[in-house]
Design a protein around this ligand. Structure first.
Ligand SMILES: Cc1ncc(C[n+]2csc(CCOP(=O)(O)OP(=O)(O)O)c2C)c(N)n1
Ligand SMILES: [Mg+2]
Length: 353
């Protein structure tokens, strides 16, 4: 099959780190805040690398969809949200669970089916959920959680809480019916929901450009629903934070939903041992040079933060994840008697009878 030309981002050139589009002006975080965001991203990167290594040694069963490369989307967005806002993610959702307060130990234990896992080993890699922090799940059916986010936003509206709901999804979801249904209903009811597409240029093994009629698969669909559709450099934590803060304010103020397309790239294949050989070497190289951690390092240098200070943050992240790997490895398997707990809202299994 002939590959269609790759879509070019509107007004965004990832090869030029100093372009105004990749370094937007405005009220960015101060050095301390940015260093904290950097460290969060470093923890996610190392957790994903650990998940990969544990999978390769047979300690993670099933499959994993790693978000290494997508860190700035989760961390930037989370930094702009209230603690009680609702977050919905996909099977590529480790970064969102971590950004919303799950610990590396909880996540890795869940992947290794340990009793101490985030969901007591009932979820696994594709279903990380931290309900206590309103991270209401990771969903394996492409597009399925967008209408759920609309429901959460509707609930917030009815309760008058000024919470918003954020649905993170991949570029592939933009060709799914549920995406269009969710956008339409959210727009008609002016609900406080933010749709964030993590456009990493590929679905499983197919380039989104090969099967999509418009160049920007999410943002270009927004006008059809009369809502704002923006593109942001998804590898720039500051740019993501700024865009999400602005669109979240809009939603909280009753002005309705928005669609944000965050351009990013996955460092691993789609899942498990996919070597992603279908991606052109030049494309991979270009995106790896635009690594979210390096972009943040560049911004920290601009703010006068010495490289050793950033290295120290990396070392702290490495120590946290190393300790998490050990703790998860040493954690017990779940008790079979727990198999039917926490499968229903009241924690019981009465619904079965
Ligand atoms: C409704 C549905 N169709 C097909 C699949 C199989 N599938 C799993 S992941 C995936 C690719 C989705 O790509 P994208 O939305 O771009 O997300 P990414 O994996 O790039 O994060 C597909 C087709 C599925 N899980 N659900
Ligand atoms: Mg994709």
């Amino acid at each position: 099959m002939t590959r269609a030309p790759q879509p070019e981002a509107r007004g965004l050139d990832i090869t030029d780190p100093d372009s105004p589009e990749t370094r937007p002006e405005g009220t960015g975080p101060d050095a301390g805040q940015l260093l904290a965001l950097y460290e969060e991203m470093a923890v996610i990167r190392r957790t994903e690398k650990a998940a990969h290594d544990l999978f390769m040694t047979g300690l993670v069963k099933g499959t994993t969809h790693l978000a290494a490369g997508h860190e700035a989307v989760a961390v930037g967005a989370s930094a702009a949200l209230r603690d009680d806002d609702y977050v919905f993610a996909t099977y590529r959702g480790h970064h969102h669970a971590l950004a919303r307060g799950a610990t590396p130990e909880e996540c890795l234990a869940e992947l290794m089916s340990r009793a101490t896992g985030l969901c007591g080993a009932k979820g696994g890699s594709m279903h990380l959920t931290k309900a206590s922090r309103n991270m209401l799940g990771s969903y394996a059916i492409v597009g399925a959680h967008l209408p759920m986010a609309v429901g959460a936003a509707w609930s917030a509206r009815l309760r008058g809480t000024e919470q918003i709901a954020v649905a993170f999804f991949g570029d592939g979801a933009t060709n799914i019916g549920a995406f269009h249904e969710a956008l339409n209903l959210a727009a008609v009811w002016k609900l406080p929901v933010l749709f964030v597409c993590e456009n990493n240029l590929y679905m499983e093994y197919t380039a989104i450009a090969d099967v999509t009629a418009v160049a920007n698969p999410a943002a270009d669909r927004a006008p059809a629903y009369g809502i704002p559709g923006e593109i942001v450099d998804g590898n720039d934590v500051v740019a993501v934070r700024e865009a999400v803060a602005r669109l979240a304010d809009r939603a909280r103020a009753g002005e309705g939903p928005s669609l944000l397309e965050a351009q990013t790239y996955r460092h691993f294949g789609h899942s498990r041992a996919d070597p992603a050989a279908y991606r052109p070497a030049e494309e991979v190289e270009r995106w790896l040079k635009h690594d979210p951690l390096d972009v943040a390092r560049g911004r920290l240098a601009d703010l006068g933060v010495p490289a050793e200070t950033v290295d120290a943050a990396d070392e702290r992240a490495a120590a946290v994840v190393q300790a998490a790997v050990e703790a998860a490895k040493n954690a017990p398997a779940p008790d079979p008697r727990e198999a039917l707990t926490d499968v229903w809202a009241d924690g019981g299994a009465q619904w079965r009878t």
